[in-house]
Design a protein around this ligand. Sequence first.
Ligand code: COA
Length: 379
Amino acid sequence: MTEIHKGLAGVVADYTAISKVNPETNSLLYRGYPVHELAENCSFEEVAYLLWKGELPTAEELAQFKQECWNGRELDQKTIDVVMNMPVDCHPMDVLRGAIAFLGTYDTEHFTPDSDHIRRIARQLLSKIPTIVALDIRRRRGEGYVSPRKDLGFTENFLWMVFGDGPDSPLNRPGDVECFEKSMILYAEHSFNASTFTARVITSSMSDTWSAIVGAIGALKGPLHGGANEAVMHNMLAIGDPDKAEQWCKDKLARKELVMGFGHRVYKKGDSRVPTMEAAFKKLAAEHSDESTDTWVKMYDIMAETMYENTSIKIRPNLDFPAGPAYYIMGFDIPFFTPLFVMARITGWTAHIIEQFENNSLIRPLSSYNGPAERHLKA
Ligand code: COA
């Protein structure tokens, strides 16, 4: 009898030197460093550099890296037109997928010639994806393209492109900047998750990096993966009142329905990224402090406790649970939560594409046939 590993659960598909998820100790290491230490002490650009190069940058290396990223932020008119001409009611992940597919058509190398080529595309994507996301947010509000700024870091520049620098902009709220930057670091990398593995599968056929990223975006869009941060906020809004949250969770569990933002394929005793993001979310909510932010914090705590107390396996929140309401408080529209995840995860995806390319073997598992027995057409 063939042993089937449904969903490849428990299968170790390859080595990776990029990150280590340890479900026993609830820890996540990027190139050896605990992610919570990176989130407390580093900028997102430093973490991107670490994931790609294996070491944190010196001050000089960081300055040069930032310069390279700044130079790639601007979109050309054709790409702006591609984004502007997409339907305003399609999902923002579809816009991102389409815009990146379009950018790929500029590449005269149809297949990856060497890993430096992947590195150049990675830098380009890290720089341009926020500009595409910001443009998509703005056009849906009837607003136009805002050029990126070279005097701002990754997070500040993105907030500038989306919200401007008026008195109400998150750009002028240090707590918002800090919380967003932390979310980017926590979302950056997570070993062989569904979207990263998709990128590796596409790379393993010796296809190109643009195709691998477009495929990864498709995988991340799903509500069982990146789309969960959107679903979390939709659910919180549907519940509306913290006093209804406990019963809402119990009803979901009784109907054997999933509660988004809970559970994890690898972590069974708690997602290592949650304590950092939860603290950032609660700090953000306290700084904004009004009736609605209090509602999300109360609801967060009640839902987390109810899920833990009412499931035999003590299901705990994953990163999407605190990230969803945090992005909402900052003022992002819910369908953009997953594109925000892409802005961060592009670093992990491309690090894995390089790793796969440099030590490649076509990824092609076996299947066990359970269809009809051999039969024949009548002569
Ligand atoms: N809500 C309710 N029940 C859940 C649950 C959730 N979020 N996550 C897991 N469970 C239940 C499963 O249905 C299963 O029940 P069963 O034994 O009665 O069939 C049990 O808990 C064990 O689940 P498990 O097999 O350990 O989960 P998995 O590895 O198959 O799935 C996820 C992992 C992430 C796909 C799953 O937890 C999920 O769908 N979560 C919601 C989506 C989400 O937040 N995704 C973001 C992940 S970072």
